[in-house]
Design a protein around this ligand. Sequence first.
Ligand SMILES: C[S@@+](CC[C@H](N)C(=O)[O-])C[C@H]1O[C@@H](n2cnc3c(N)ncnc32)[C@H](O)[C@@H]1O
Length: 286
Amino acid sequence: MDWQQTPVYYESIPISNKEFAQISGLMYQYFGINFSEKKKVLVKTRLNQYLINHGYHCFNDFYQNLVSSANPALLLDLAERLTTNYTFFFRETEHFHFLLKTILPQIQKNKEERENKTIRIWSAGCSSGEEPYSLAILLHDYFSKSFDPFEFKILATDISLKVLEKAQIGIYPKDVLKNVPDRLLKNYFTPLDNDAYQVNQKIKEMVTIRRLNLMSAKFPFHESFDIIFCRNVMIYFDDESRKKLIQQYYQHTREGGYLIIGHSESLHRRTTLYQYIQPSIYRKGN
Ligand SMILES: C[S@@+](CC[C@H](N)C(=O)[O-])C[C@H]1O[C@@H](n2cnc3c(N)ncnc32)[C@H](O)[C@@H]1O
């Protein structure tokens, strides 16, 4: 075949520095996500097909439409395309060990003096559900026959509707299950025909899935959390947004409760009110 006769299927819309600054400015303003110059190619690649499908000829037209229409759905759509949702079950296993070896025994030990027997856990930036379901499985397994006298509530939130829908369905391919021990796979998942597994209903029922922008000025919670997991989310935020978010987390953490962040992240020890326990694990009060 003469390659010169081959039709061109791939149209590439160029992005100027100014256009990149416009798009990344919106991502920062609304979602706290900070794109360095290095992310220019990522922004272009992830949005190219979307622009073509929606009849845009340049990034500037797309940007002008975003700002002039003031349509929150368009902005959320942008976040949908530009966020990174990589995750898997029992990612960063040390955190699950800490839960098993330290936090859950502490909760059990203090059960008499604790008036409120509902243990609230928040997976903030939960992506497609692997993190909150790992937590639910671990709790279910730890308490085996009965949670009594406790009740566990896991809230799972993310900005992206696409990943939240996946979480709601709870079907996962084998590669994201690589850290799930066979015993847990057998007890908490149903194998499907296509080499995928679905999380069992009893685990799903422990998790409430909601859309929430972590950059919201105020979170809509009346009760505080025993543990907040916010792992591999703040890496995309700049210092200012991270600081504000951690202050909000602190307000929503119960006295004696924990904040657990990703392994590659840390809090400024001099400015945070949380007490440092070990790398990536912090506690409010004693
Ligand atoms: C890399 S995933 C981390 C998933 C999981 N916590 C883990 O550690 O495996 C980051 C998630 O943060 C979400 N995210 C990013 N910015 C957000 C924001 N402003 N509000 C809520 N979620 C956000 C993304 O949509 C993405 O699903």
